[in-house]
Design a protein around this ligand. Structure first.
Ligand code: HEC
Length: 215
């Protein structure tokens, strides 16, 4: 959830940076030419790039957990996310060294924003919608309570739990939260790296809600 909120803020930064530059280049109003607008563009754009680098580093960690079995939306998210790197470099090169292509910059900026939008839409947007529209559940891990999206848990279960046996297997049982936690932990041990702790939480939340037994 934190990633979803951060990535929406990140997109907002990118969008505002593009708008600042378009105003500067396209508007006839005197204020649009003021240095303030240029600085707004630089600060917003700079924050966008820093945000990108932080996301990239965090995602490389997550990727190592999920790499062999990324479902399509996550694979697109990863490819497009990496694609941003050369486009951002290209933009920086034009700004610093190839000033004669300066007029192309607003288009490069718009392409960067559109790619960033797609990157977020495949994950952050999707997860946010799941959170907002669906019910949530509370699960316990290491003595702490975590709130999870039941719809997200269902999606993860459907992605992860049909790799060795039929998906219907877990649906044959009704178990308590602790029992489902044990099942998920036991299954994860068969294939280390199958799920992250947060993904396991979401699945336990879904299983408890959908296939729960009286405690
Ligand atoms: C690495 C392969 C593998 C994956 C991935 C896997 N399972 Fe299993 N699962 C097995 C095997 C093998 C058995 C039968 C032996 C056993 O029960 O340990 C089994 C049995 C089960 C059973 C019936 C046995 C029991 O617990 O009473 C359930 C329920 C189950 N899996 C649920 C899940 C869920 C939920 C997931 C996703 C988190 C999952 N499995 C992912 C290999 C896997």
């Amino acid at each position: 959830m934190a990633y979803s909120i951060l990535s929406l803020l990140w997109l907002l930064c990118g969008f505002a940076a593009v708008v600042a530059m378009l105003l500067r280049l396209g508007s006839r109003a005197a204020w649009a030419k003021s240095p303030m607008i240029l600085w707004a563009h630089r600060i917003l754009g700079g924050s966008f790039v820093i945000g990108y680098i932080i996301f990239l580093i965090c995602m490389i960690g997550l990727y190592q957990v999920n790499a062999p079995r990324l479902p399509l939306p996550l694979a697109l998210h990863a490819y497009l996310g990496v694609l941003l790197l050369p486009i951002l470099l290209l933009k920086e090169l034009i700004v610093r060294f190839f000033k004669r292509y300066f007029t192309a910059l607003p288009y490069v900026g718009m392409v960067i924003f559109c790619v960033a939008f797609l990157v977020v839409a495949f994950t952050g947007g999707h997860y946010t919608v799941l959170w907002l529209k669906g019910p949530t559940a509370k699960v316990t891990r290491d003595g702490k309570r975590h709130k999870v999206s039941v719809a997200l848990g269902r999606e993860i279960l459907h992605n992860k739990c049909a790799q060795c046996h039929e998906l219907k297997l877990p649906y044959l049982y009704h178990r308590t939260e602790d029992e489902w936690r044990n099942t998920v932990t036991r299954m994860s041990r068969k294939d280390p790296g199958l799920v992250s702790p947060k993904q396991a939480d979401a699945m336990v939340g879904y299983l408890k809600k959908e296939l729960g037994a009286a405690e």
